[in-house]
Design a protein. Structure first.
Length: 127
Protein backbone atom coordinates (compact mmCIF):
# COMPACT_ATOMS: atom_id res chain seq x y z
CA UNK A 1 0.00 0.00 0.00
CA UNK A 2 2.76 2.48 0.89
CA UNK A 3 5.68 3.47 -1.33
CA UNK A 4 7.57 5.26 1.44
CA UNK A 5 7.41 7.14 4.71
CA UNK A 6 9.21 10.45 5.19
CA UNK A 7 9.58 12.39 8.42
CA UNK A 8 11.07 15.81 8.99
CA UNK A 9 14.06 16.59 11.16
CA UNK A 10 15.83 19.73 12.27
CA UNK A 11 19.08 17.81 12.86
CA UNK A 12 19.73 15.11 10.25
CA UNK A 13 23.00 13.92 11.89
CA UNK A 14 21.17 13.35 15.20
CA UNK A 15 18.35 11.60 13.35
CA UNK A 16 20.86 9.30 11.63
CA UNK A 17 22.35 8.23 14.98
CA UNK A 18 18.86 7.43 16.30
CA UNK A 19 17.47 5.67 13.20
CA UNK A 20 20.68 3.72 12.50
CA UNK A 21 20.37 2.28 16.04
CA UNK A 22 16.70 1.33 15.95
CA UNK A 23 16.78 0.01 12.39
CA UNK A 24 19.86 -2.10 13.17
CA UNK A 25 17.57 -4.00 15.56
CA UNK A 26 15.43 -4.88 12.52
CA UNK A 27 18.44 -6.06 10.53
CA UNK A 28 18.55 -2.96 8.32
CA UNK A 29 21.72 -1.27 7.09
CA UNK A 30 22.75 2.22 8.18
CA UNK A 31 21.09 5.07 6.35
CA UNK A 32 22.69 6.80 3.38
CA UNK A 33 22.38 10.36 2.15
CA UNK A 34 21.10 11.23 -1.30
CA UNK A 35 22.44 14.25 -3.26
CA UNK A 36 19.76 16.47 -1.67
CA UNK A 37 20.92 15.58 1.86
CA UNK A 38 17.95 13.34 2.66
CA UNK A 39 18.63 10.32 4.86
CA UNK A 40 17.40 7.10 3.23
CA UNK A 41 16.82 3.59 4.60
CA UNK A 42 15.80 0.67 2.40
CA UNK A 43 14.87 -2.60 4.08
CA UNK A 44 12.50 -5.46 3.37
CA UNK A 45 11.14 -3.64 0.28
CA UNK A 46 10.30 -0.57 2.38
CA UNK A 47 11.66 2.97 2.07
CA UNK A 48 11.97 5.30 5.08
CA UNK A 49 13.38 8.80 4.65
CA UNK A 50 14.32 11.69 6.92
CA UNK A 51 14.65 15.22 5.55
CA UNK A 52 14.75 18.88 6.46
CA UNK A 53 11.48 20.41 5.21
CA UNK A 54 11.85 21.70 1.67
CA UNK A 55 9.89 24.85 2.49
CA UNK A 56 12.67 25.97 4.87
CA UNK A 57 10.37 26.05 7.91
CA UNK A 58 11.26 24.02 11.01
CA UNK A 59 10.25 20.36 11.05
CA UNK A 60 7.28 19.57 13.27
CA UNK A 61 5.58 16.30 14.23
CA UNK A 62 2.22 15.03 13.03
CA UNK A 63 -0.24 15.47 15.88
CA UNK A 64 -1.98 12.11 16.23
CA UNK A 65 0.35 10.39 13.77
CA UNK A 66 2.21 7.16 14.55
CA UNK A 67 4.59 5.13 12.40
CA UNK A 68 4.51 1.42 13.23
CA UNK A 69 7.35 -1.02 12.56
CA UNK A 70 6.61 -4.75 12.40
CA UNK A 71 8.84 -6.90 14.64
CA UNK A 72 9.46 -10.66 14.66
CA UNK A 73 8.93 -11.18 18.40
CA UNK A 74 8.60 -9.40 21.76
CA UNK A 75 12.35 -9.58 22.39
CA UNK A 76 13.01 -7.66 19.17
CA UNK A 77 10.48 -5.01 20.24
CA UNK A 78 12.32 -4.65 23.56
CA UNK A 79 15.74 -4.36 21.86
CA UNK A 80 14.37 -1.81 19.37
CA UNK A 81 12.89 0.25 22.21
CA UNK A 82 16.10 0.09 24.26
CA UNK A 83 18.20 1.12 21.24
CA UNK A 84 15.93 4.09 20.66
CA UNK A 85 16.10 5.28 24.26
CA UNK A 86 19.89 4.82 24.28
CA UNK A 87 20.23 6.98 21.15
CA UNK A 88 18.16 10.04 22.02
CA UNK A 89 14.59 8.75 21.84
CA UNK A 90 12.03 9.04 24.62
CA UNK A 91 9.89 6.17 25.86
CA UNK A 92 6.23 7.20 25.86
CA UNK A 93 2.88 5.77 26.92
CA UNK A 94 2.92 2.47 28.82
CA UNK A 95 6.13 0.44 29.12
CA UNK A 96 6.69 -2.17 26.39
CA UNK A 97 4.26 -5.04 26.79
CA UNK A 98 1.13 -6.85 25.66
CA UNK A 99 -1.96 -4.82 24.86
CA UNK A 100 -5.45 -6.29 24.57
CA UNK A 101 -8.55 -4.80 23.04
CA UNK A 102 -8.27 -5.51 19.35
CA UNK A 103 -8.89 -8.68 17.38
CA UNK A 104 -5.74 -10.23 18.89
CA UNK A 105 -3.13 -9.25 21.46
CA UNK A 106 -0.23 -7.05 20.41
CA UNK A 107 3.18 -6.60 22.01
CA UNK A 108 3.93 -2.87 21.66
CA UNK A 109 6.55 -0.29 22.56
CA UNK A 110 6.31 3.43 21.82
CA UNK A 111 9.06 6.00 21.30
CA UNK A 112 9.39 9.59 20.24
CA UNK A 113 12.40 10.12 18.02
CA UNK A 114 14.70 13.08 18.80
CA UNK A 115 12.46 15.35 16.69
CA UNK A 116 9.25 14.20 18.39
CA UNK A 117 7.88 11.80 15.76
CA UNK A 118 5.86 8.99 17.36
CA UNK A 119 7.08 5.47 16.55
CA UNK A 120 5.72 2.10 17.55
CA UNK A 121 7.37 -1.33 17.55
CA UNK A 122 4.68 -3.99 16.98
CA UNK A 123 4.69 -7.76 17.34
CA UNK A 124 1.45 -9.58 16.57
CA UNK A 125 1.05 -12.16 19.37
CA UNK A 126 -0.40 -15.50 18.36
CA UNK A 127 -3.72 -15.95 20.13
Amino acid sequence: MFSHIMVGSNDIARAKTFYDAIFAELGAKAGVFDPKGRLIYVHDRALFMVTKPIDGAPATVANGGTIGFRMSDAAQVDRWHAAGVAHGGVSIEDPPGVRHGGPRPLYLAYLRDPDGNKLCGVHYVKA
